[in-house]
Design a protein around this ligand. Structure first.
Ligand SMILES: C[S@@+](CC[C@H](N)C(=O)[O-])C[C@H]1O[C@@H](n2cnc3c(N)ncnc32)[C@H](O)[C@@H]1O
Length: 358
C-alpha cells in the first residue's frame, strides 16, 4: 500500500519535519523552562486548580500555550494538504482488496454517532476522523508526528500488547474497542495467534483503512463498525477486551457503559485492559495535561481524571482492578511509577481488571 510519507515532495517533507521539530522543542525545551519558572516563583500548588491558576500567571505561559495550539493546527494543515493532494490514489487503495481476504470489514451505516462524538473536532483535526475516508489517512500521518515518531512501526502499541496484556495461550477471541485505523489491533493478531481478533469503532473511515492495511499485511482481523458500549457480541465470549486511547474521548457515563459492556463480554477468568491517561499526583504536571486537553479539543479528560474507575469496575462485577503507569520510551509497564522525565509527555497508565471465575 502507498505510505504517503514515502512519496512526500521536498516541500512537503520539510513542512512535516518543521512541525515535528517544533513539537519536539516545545516538549523538550519550552515545557522544562515553564516548569523551572513555576518552581522558582512560588510554592507547589496543593491541587490542580491551584496549579492551573499559578501556571497561567507565568511569563512563559502565553508562549508555551500558543505554541501548543499552533503546532497542532500546523500539523493538520500540513498533513491534510499531503493527503488531499493524493486523494485519488488513497481512495482507490481502500477498494483494491484481495479477492480472498484474510479478515473482514463489516460497516453498519446506521450506527448512531453520539452527540458527544460529533459535537466538536477532536484533537482539532478538521472534520474529526469520522467525516470522510481521507480523514483516516490524515489521522494516521498526524498521529506519527503527535507521538514524536515514538510509535513508528506500531512500536508503542506493540510494547503495550507485549507488556500489558495477559498471556492466554489458547485464546479464542480478543476485542479491541475504539480500534481506529487498526494501530492497536494489528499487534493483537501476533500476540494471540489462536484467537479471532475483532476491532470495533464508531468511525467507518478508520475501519476501511484498518482493513486495507491489515489485508496488505496478511493479518486476519475482523473490523466492525459499532459502539464499544453495545458491541452486539455474545456474553462471555472474549478472553481479553482491550482498548487504547479511547476512554478519555467519552463522557463519564459512556466510560461506565463501556466497562459494563467489557465485563459482559469477558469469559470467566478473562481480562479487561485499557491504556489511558491517569493523574500523576504532580499538580503542575496534571495541570498542564488538563490545559493540553482543553487546547486540543478533548473535553472529557476531566471526567476521566475525576472518575473512580476502580469502583466502576467493581460495580461491573470485575475484580482486582488497578492502574499501572506505562512509559512508552522505557519498558512499558512500570509498577514502580513513571519516574522522572523532563520533557512534556503523556501520563499513560493501564487499567486492568478481571472477570472472576464462576
Ligand atoms: C484516539 S483514537 C485511538 C485509536 C486506536 N485505539 C489507537 O490507539 O490508535 C480513539 C478511537 O476511539 C473511537 N471511539 C470513541 N468512542 C467510541 C465508542 N463509544 N465506541 C467505539 N469507538 C469509539 C474513535 O472513533 C477513535 O477511532
Amino acid at each position: 500500500m502507498l505510505d504517503i510519507e514515502n512519496q512526500l515532495t521536498l516541500d512537503e517533507r520539510s513542512s512535516v519535519d518543521f512541525v515535528l521539530a517544533l513539537r519536539k522543542r516545545w516538549s523538550d525545551t519550552v515545557y522544562p523552562a515553564l516548569s523551572e519558572e513555576y518552581l522558582a516563583t512560588g510554592p507547589v500548588a496543593d491541587d490542580v486548580d491551584g496549579a492551573v491558576e499559578r501556571l497561567q500567571r507565568l511569563s512563559l505561559y502565553p508562549w508555551y500555550s500558543h505554541l501548543e495550539r499552533v503546532q497542532q493546527k500546523m500539523l493538520w494543515k500540513t498533513v491534510g494538504a499531503a493527503v488531499v493532494g493524493r486523494a485519488g490514489t488513497l481512495r482507490e487503495q481502500l477498494d483494491d482488496l484481495p479477492g480472498r481476504p484474510e479478515g473482514e470489514l463489516r460497516l453498519s451505516p446506521d450506527t448512531e454517532l453520539p452527540d458527544w462524538y460529533t459535537d466538536y473536532d477532536i484533537h482539532v483535526q478538521p472534520g474529526s476522523f469520522y467525516s470522510d475516508d481521507l480523514s483516516a489517512y490524515v489521522y494516521e500521518l498526524g498521529a506519527r508526528i503527535v507521538m514524536l515518531r515514538d510509535n513508528d512501526g506500531y512500536k508503542f502499541h506493540r510494547l503495550f500488547t507485549e507488556t500489558a496484556l495477559p498471556d492466554v495461550p489458547e485464546a479464542s477471541r480478543v476485542v479491541d474497542i475504539g480500534c481506529g485505523f487498526g494501530k492497536s489491533t494489528r499487534p493483537l493478531a501476533a500476540r494471540y495467534p489462536t484467537a479471532e481478533i475483532i476491532g470495533i469503532d464508531l468511525a467507518a473511515p478508520g475501519l476501511r483503512l484498518a482493513h486495507a492495511e491489515a489485508e496488505d499485511a496478511g493479518a486476519a482481523i475482523s473490523f466492525r463498525q459499532g459502539d464499544g458500549r453495545d458491541t452486539g457480541l455474545e456474553d462471555g465470549s472474549c478472553d481479553v477486551v482491550t482498548g487504547t486511547m479511547v476512554l478519555h474521548e467519552m463522557p463519564a457515563e459512556a466510560v461506565r457503559e463501556t466497562v459494563v459492556e467489557a465485563a459482559r463480554l469477558l469469559k470467566p477468568g478473562g481480562t479487561m485492559v485499557f491504556l489511558e491517561f491517569h493523574p500523576t499526583g504532580d499538580t503542575f504536571r496534571d495541570a498542564t495535561i488538563f490545559e493540553h486537553a482543553e487546547r486540543n479539543n478533548e473535553p472529557f479528560f476531566r471526567d476521566l481524571f475525576g472518575a473512580d474507575l476502580l469502583k466502576v469496575c467493581a460495580e461491573a462485577g470485575l475484580t482486582g482492578a488497578g492502574w499501572t503507569p506505562f512509559d512508552e520510551r522505557r519498558e512499558g509497564m512500570r509498577p514502580e511509577g513513571w519516574g522522572d522525565r523532563r520533557e512534556w509527555h503523556f501520563p499513560w497508565a493501564v487499567l486492568t481488571a478481571t472477570k472472576p471465575q464462576n
